[in-house]
Design a protein around this ligand. Structure first.
Ligand code: XUL
Ligand code: CO
Length: 436
């Protein structure tokens, strides 16, 4: 069998003192942290689109990256070689999961029936690779945003024919995700948004988006797909305003259309910053609503301000993120999918390994730091103490809805000015630093 990454041997854990760039310094898949192995906690996934289909093109220039698995004029041969390269990459890196869009794994043909046949051929091979390697599908999704038919959206398109096309694509993508035992299915609203209100019926588009999602929920039941549905928020790019703006917006949308019980959120770090939040805010808001599902782990560049999809490298951020994720009970169906690509000057196949090794290590460090913070309970005690009034007589009465404005006014008249306590932010930031 052809080796597509001949210069790289399986990546091993060598510990923090290792100087080997092709080794993990912190990610030891078998190391037990808070009762689970690191691999079980972190559930790393490699994304197919950036890692194997991304060739470094940007708004100003074509691709810069040449891959040996693209070396054919037959698109199905390329799809075959890419699939083989992908499973070689997953196993050499030692990740447990992968993620794909339908169009990443098999190229579109002249019509839907032929396109679906191509998908079936590749999926059969992927199923065999999964069985042979033990690598599982974290989630599948559909690409209903690249083709010109989707220029005005998929579920929010002004044409019902395009809506129908999108529905047909999602139907097939759900079927192949199910066939591959996918643990989830993601809806990212590629072009579900608008560029100008002058041609847009916003209320109708939102209703249509909900209809499409409801059909997906119904079809999930029909085919017995047990995976988790996720919505992935993003505020802008490619449209000026994406309807799935941020976690808060998605939660409100799902609640309005009675869909909240069928979805969780897939939070992407760079999408959070594009929405003027930070990654941890989006995680915390999802967790507070019981809807934290999965993570697209990457980072943006605050100075560039667009979706740069860089690999995560900030220990502070991964530590705080893992703290929130662990406090919320950890991943169940979800995981950490590296929705990130190497820079267009990183043209060597080895760069793909360096990118993922660094990202996995920085999350492993984040996990270890977060676990220590949880074991020490110092932050937990601070929070407990800050809200301790709610365990007292007055707090209990308010929370159990035994009092209203009259009783609270009587209390305040009697009690006088409330006693205040310091929020201790600087002290706590210093404490957090002491764990890094
Ligand atoms: C786009 C993005 C997508 C989704 C899946 O910004 O993040 O790749 O993760 O469609
Ligand atoms: Co993403």
């Amino acid at each position: 069998m052809t080796e597509y990454f001949p210069n790289v041997k399986p990546i091993k854990y060598e510990g923090p003192d290792s100087k080997n760039p092709f080794a993990f310094k912190h990610y030891d898949p078998k190391q037990v942290v808070l009762g689970k192995t690191m691999a079980e906690h972190l559930r790393f996934a490699v994304c197919y689109w950036h890692t194997f289909k991304g060739l470094g093109s940007d708004q100003f220039g074509v691709g810069t990256i040449i891959r040996n698995y693209n070396d054919s004029s037959d698109p199905m041969k390329v799809a075959d070689m890419t699939l083989q390269a992908a499973f070689e990459f997953f196993t050499k890196l030692g990740v447990g999961f992968w993620c794909f869009h339908d169009r990443d794994i098999a190229p579109e043909a002249d019509n839907l029936a032929e396109t679906n046949k191509r998908l079936d051929a590749i999926v059969a091979k992927a199923k065999k690779f999964q069985a042979d390697t033990g690598v599982k599908l974290l989630w599948g999704t559909t690409n209903a945003f690249s083709h010109r038919r989707f220029m005005a959206g998929a579920g929010t398109n002004p044409s019902p024919d395009v809506f129908a096309y999108a529905a047909s694509q999602i139907k097939k993508a759900m079927e192949i995700t199910n066939e591959l035992g996918g643990q989830g299915y993601v809806f990212w609203g590629g072009r579900e948004g608008y560029d100008t209100l002058l041609n847009t019926d916003m209320g109708r588009e939102l209703d249509h988006l909900a209809l499409l999602l409801q059909m997906a929920v119904d079809y999930k039941k029909k085919i017995g797909f047990k995976g988790q549905f996720y919505i992935e928020p993003k505020p802008k790019e490619p449209t000026k305003h994406q309807y799935d703006f941020d976690a808060g917006n998605c939660i409100a949308f799902l609640q309005k259309y009675n869909l909240a019980q069928s979805f969780k959120l897939n939070i992407e770090a760079n999408h959070a910053t594009l929405a003027s939040h930070d990654f941890c805010h989006e995680l915390a808001l999802s967790a507070a609503n019981g809807m934290l599902g999965s993570v697209d782990a990457n980072r943006g560049d605050l100075l560039l301000g667009w979706d740069t999809d860089q690999f995560p490298n900030n220990i502070y951020e991964t530590a705080e993120a893992m703290y929130i994720i662990l406090k919320a009970g950890g991943f169940t169906t979800g995981g950490l999918n590296f929705d990130a690509h190497v820079r267009r000057q990183s043209i060597d196949p080895e760069d793909l390994f360096h990118a993922h090794i660094g990202a996995m290590d920085v999350f492993a460090r984040g996990l270890k730091i977060a676990a220590k913070m949880i074991e020490d309970k110092k932050f937990e005690k601070v929070v407990e103490n800050r809200y301790k009034g709610w365990s007292g007589d007055l707090g209990k009465k308010i929370e159990s809805k035994q009092v209203g404005f009259d009783e609270l006014e009587a209390h305040t008249l009697k009690n006088g000015e409330p006693k205040l306590q310091s929020g201790q932010q600087e002290l706590l930031e210093n404490l957090f630093n002491s764990y890094i």
